[in-house]
Write a protein that binds this ligand. Structure first.
Ligand SMILES: Nc1nc2c(ncn2[C@@H]2O[C@H](COP(=O)(O)OP(=O)(O)O)[C@@H](O)[C@H]2O)c(=O)[nH]1
Ligand SMILES: [Mg+2]
Length: 387
């Protein structure tokens, strides 16, 4: 899962880290060339003073011993061999703090520009790739890094923040809260699933029905994809296996009418949730969009969930954009993520539509539905060593 995305992020992390580390190394004071008790600032040139470093070996040894005792680790290594008067703790801290490198535009600009293009070829939407690049620039340029040891952590955190920023939805949606709210009003929650053919709508509805049933909710499924007879049969099979009610019509029936019947049935029987399956066809199909709009008007669903195939990459993102424009979506579920190496659709869909990803489909079984958390995704692609 997300193997290619992980590789790409790993490589940009490494390149930026190496470059800044190299500069931190270049700019840190070299042993034996430091004036007595002088504090070195990053970028400041130091005049070489021949012999100074060797002069008072006793005092250097003492210094070293003291440093080891105070366990300054990394810092100790960098100042090794430097001749110093016994500095106070405060003074030593000041030195540690001052020996920092500021990340410049020159350090990162070319790497990040290339990164942006690589994101796009990894199926990340153009505007999302740009936003990530800009966020990374904001995070990194001008950032003061204290010593080489800190560089990798800083780059990694910046990358994590940049990814999280595009996964932040405009509005939060919690499936169970929505259902509970409807229940308090004494009516079933109505959830409509939209998406192109083959994206995984029907399978996802079966998975969601199982999830809800496991949590103790009663579920009705509406087979409002009346475009294909096979679609109705497929749902019938799932409903039977899961033991949930299916309301269906005949092939060619008005989908809005079928869905409306299902809601009426749920109201009459005191059911908690109605899951509405809809037809896919091509998302550029104006009739389909009109049909879905009509259904939305009639049903006034609590949620419209877009189901997209993660393997379709940027195409899935464009589908989401179109469905959002015409019908309006509240959340997204991406399917077939188990086979998705690029992760571009996952990374893009929220920024493009404003809607959160609620779940990921990670297989063909009923339980292969994973609740989506942006932090989980970021952890997974930025690397296990991240905290
Ligand atoms: N590997 C995998 N396959 C899936 C997933 N979700 C759906 N599929 C498969 O995708 C195909 C199309 O799914 P379907 O639910 O019929 O799509 P629909 O046309 O949108 O209703 C089926 O073969 C499903 O088994 C998933 O998360 N992982
Ligand atoms: Mg279907």
């Amino acid at each position: 899962m997300f193997g290619k995305m992980k590789k790409l992020l790993g490589s940009v992390k490494e390149r930026v880290t190496k470059r800044v580390e190299r500069r931190a190394e270049e700019e840190s004071p070299s042993p034996g060339k430091v004036k007595e008790t002088e504090t070195i600032e990053a970028g400041e040139k130091t005049e070489p003073e021949e012999g100074k470093g060797k002069k008072d070996e006793e005092s250097v040894k003492e210094e070293r011993k003291e440093r080891m005792e105070s366990a300054e680790g990394e810092e100790g290594k960098e100042t090794e061999g430097k001749r110093l008067k016994k500095p106070s703790l405060k003074e030593r801290l000041k030195r540690v703090i001052k020996r920092e490198v500021t990340i410049t535009e020159k350090d990162v600009k070319d790497i990040l520009e290339e990164f942006e293009l690589n994101l796009i070829s990894n199926d990340v939407a153009v505007e999302v790739a740009e936003s990530i690049r800009k966020e990374l620039e904001r995070e990194l340029i001008g950032r003061k890094v204290k010593g080489k040891s800190e560089v990798q952590k800083v780059v990694e955190r910046s990358l994590q923040r940049a990814l999280l920023s595009v996964l932040e939805p405009e509005r939060e949606v919690d499936l169970f809260e929505v259902i509970e709210e409807a229940r308090e009003e004494g009516r079933p929650a109505v959830i409509m699933f939209v998406g192109v053919n083959g994206s995984g709508k029907t399978t996802t509805i079966a998975k969601v029905a199982k999830l809800l049933k496991d949590r103790g909710y009663s579920v009705v499924i509406a087979a409002a994809d009346t475009f294909r007879a096979a679609a109705i049969e497929q749902l019938e099979e799932h409903a039977e296996r899961l033991g949930v009610t299916l309301i269906k019509g005949e092939k060619g029936d008005d989908p809005a009418a079928v869905a409306f019947n299902a809601v009426q049935h749920a109201e009459a029987k005191g059911k908690d949730v109605v899951l509405v399956d809809t037809a896919g066809r091509a998302y550029t199909d104006v009739n389909l969009m009109e049909e879905l709009r009509k259904m939305k008007r009639v049903l006034e669903p609590d949620l419209v969930i877009f189901v997209g195939d993660a393997l379709a990459g940027n195409d899935a993102v464009e589908q989401a954009r179109t469905f959002d424009e015409y019908v309006g979506i509240d959340g997204a579920i991406l399917t077939k993520v188990d086979a998705d190496a690029k992760g571009g659709a996952v990374l893009s869909i929220t920024k493009v539509t404003g809607a959160p990803i609620l779940y990921l489909g990670v297989g063909q079984g009923y339980d292969d539905l994973k609740e989506f958390q942006p932090e989980w995704f970021v952890e997974r692609v930025v690397g296990a060593e991240s905290s």
